[in-house]
Design a binder for this molecule. Structure first.
Ligand code: IMP
Length: 217
């Protein structure tokens, strides 16, 4: 069975990749000792920039192998695309959080917990009716080898931001993200279903097409 090396320490992302890989008969492996490596500063202004940066840094730890990194987030139309690339630390960047004074955005604190991020989104959408709560999850994967990006792949999933969380699976903003085509939130999907309908599943399919055509050789 083919093995794809994924550079992420996010357990939610790893579960998603494992689900996507199962659907396609491939196996996922992590980068050895990733947790003891210095964190990559995600200061890019786009998902692409951050995905490339992570893939380039982490691929140097596994010479000769193609390494895939994921940068992803939620774009909400009524918030002009926020939280976007700041999805993982949206609560830490909250102007109502006084600890923020004099800090650069990407230094404003480590990633915040999912509940705090979701609470900020719900607060900002408080007066926005359901019909105007559209948005999308975006995932960009970068495949790199020995510090050089070979290709990037983008997947999106369109949905509606609910007024209250629903479902116990998944991570991040999943409980708020309603997929009209299947009448469920992202947190109400099994790993296999999430692979089918999610931004990460879509990006992974693009990546696999490239990989199976020998793009990494
Ligand atoms: P990254 O590690 O900088 O790519 O941050 C990604 C952040 O976007 C996560 O911490 C979540 O807050 C959010 N996110 C990305 N993908 C998903 C998903 O599939 N479900 C829920 N939230 C997600």
């Amino acid at each position: 069975m083919r093995t794809i090396i994924i550079a992420t320490s996010n357990p939610g992302k790893l579960r998603d990749f494992a689900g996507a890989a199962r659907r396609h008969g491939v196996e996922i492996a992590g980068v050895p000792d990733l947790s003891s490596r210095p964190a990559v500063v995600e200061d890019g202004l786009t998902f692409e920039a951050n995905a490339r940066k992570k893939a380039e840094v982490y691929s140097r730890y596994v010479p000769g192998e193609t390494v895939v990194a994921d940068d992803s987030g939620l774009e909400i139309d009524a918030l002009h695309g926020a939280p976007g690339v700041y999805s993982a630390r949206y609560a830490a960047l909250d102007p109502q959080n006084s600890d923020l004074l004099n800090k650069e955005p990407y230094q404003a604190g480590a990633n915040t917990d999912d509940e705090a991020n979701n609470a900020r989104v719900l607060r900002e959408l408080k007066d926005v009716p359901l019909a105007q709560r559209g948005g999308r999850f975006v995932c960009v994967l970068a495949a790199a080898r020995e510090g050089k990006t070979l290709a990037t792949f983008r997947g999106t999933a369109e949905g509606i931001i609910l007024e209250a969380p629903r479902g116990a699976n998944g991570f991040g903003y999943d409980p708020l993200f309603y997929l009209p085509q299947i009448n469920r939130t992202s947190a109400e999907l099994t790993a296999e279903e999430k692979a089918k309908y999610s931004h990460r599943g879509a990006a992974f399919r693009e990546f696999l097409g490239w990989y199976e055509a020998g793009g990494n050789l």
